[in-house]
Design a binder for this molecule. Structure first.
Ligand code: A2P
Length: 216
C-alpha cells in the first residue's frame, strides 16, 4: 500500500543483509574480546565497573539488540517530530526498497553502548533527516550521527548509541585528540575519557543494506 494509507513506521533505516550482519557481529565480538584484555583498557576499568573490580567481560556486559540496522528517521508511528515530512520526502519515496552499500569506518564503546560508525555517501545523505544531529551541543555535519547499534548495557535503550557517538565527535571537533591507546589488528584505538573508546578501522567494512522501514 502507498505510504499515506498506512500508519508511519517505528523508524526508517538501512537494514543489513543477514550474511553481513554475521560478519559485523563477529568483528564486534573480536574487538570486545580483545579490548577488555588490553592494559590501556584495564587502566580505566573503573569507568565500566564503578568500583575496584579487576575485570569485566565486555561480551557479557553488552546485550545484543536485534537485527542490525542504521536508523535514518525515528518516526514513532508518526508521533515523532518531522515524521510525516520525512516519509513524504521524494528521495525517501524514490529510494524505498533500494539496495545500498554502507561503509562502517569505526567501532566505539562506552559504558552504555557499543556501535559502529557509518560514513554516508552523498546519495545516502539524501535520506538523512536534517534534525538528526540536533541533540548535540556541537554543530556537527549532517550524517555525523549515522551508526549501527551493536549492543547496549543492561537497562540502556538503543537511542543512547547515537548520543554516545555524537559526544565523541563533539570532543574531536573541540580539538580533543584523545589518548592514542593501542594499534590493534583492526585499526587504531583512542581513549576519550569517561569510558569512551573509538577504534578507527584500518579497512572500512562494506555492508550491503536495504533502505526500508520497521513497524515492530
Ligand atoms: P539506534 O538507531 O541508535 O539503534 P526502540 O527499540 O528503542 O524503539 O528503537 C528502535 C530504533 O530506533 C533503534 O534502532 C533506536 O536507536 C532508534 N531510536 C529510538 N529512539 C530514537 C530517537 N529518539 N531518535 C533517533 N533514533 C531513535
Amino acid at each position: 500500500a502507498p505510504l499515506e494509507e498506512v500508519d508511519l513506521p517505528l523508524f526508517f533505516g538501512w537494514f543489513l543483509l543477514s550474511s553481513v550482519q554475521e560478519k559485523v557481529r563477529c568483528t564486534s565480538m573480536d574487538f570486545l574480546k580483545t579490548l577488555d584484555t588490553l592494559e590501556a583498557f584495564k587502566k580505566h576499568l573503573v569507568d565500566f565497573t564503578g568500583k575496584a573490580e579487576n575485570e569485566v567481560d565486555l561480551e557479557q556486559y553488552f546485550k545484543p539488540t536485534g537485527a542490525l540496522h542504521c536508523t535514518t528517521k525515528f518516526c514513532n508511528y508518526g508521533k515523532a517530530e518531522g515524521a510525516k515530512e520525512y516519509a513524504e520526502n521524494p528521495a525517501v519515496r524514490a529510494l524505498y526498497g533500494s539496495a545500498f552499500e554502507l561503509s562502517l569506518t569505526a567501532l566505539f564503546v562506552t559504558p552504555r553502548t557499543v556501535g559502529a560508525r557509518v560514513s554516508l555517501t552523498d546519495e545516502q545523505l539524501k535520506l538523512w533527516p536534517a534534525d538528526a544531529e540536533q541533540s548535540s551541543a556541537a554543530s556537527l555535519p549532517p550524517g555525523s550521527r549515522a551508526h549501527i547499534t551493536l549492543g547496549c548495557a543492561e537497562g540502556v535503550e538503543p537511542v543512547q548509541t547515537g548520543v554516545d557517538l555524537l559526544e565523541i565527535l563533539a570532543l574531536q571537533q573541540d580539538g580533543q585528540q584523545g589518548e592514542p591507546a593501542e594499534e590493534m589488528e583492526l585499526g587504531s584505538l583512542t581513549y576519550y575519557g569517561e569510558g569512551r573508546w573509538l577504534l578507527n578501522l584500518r579497512e572500512p567494512i562494506g555492508a550491503p543494506a536495504c533502505f526500508s522501514s520497521f513497524y515492530g
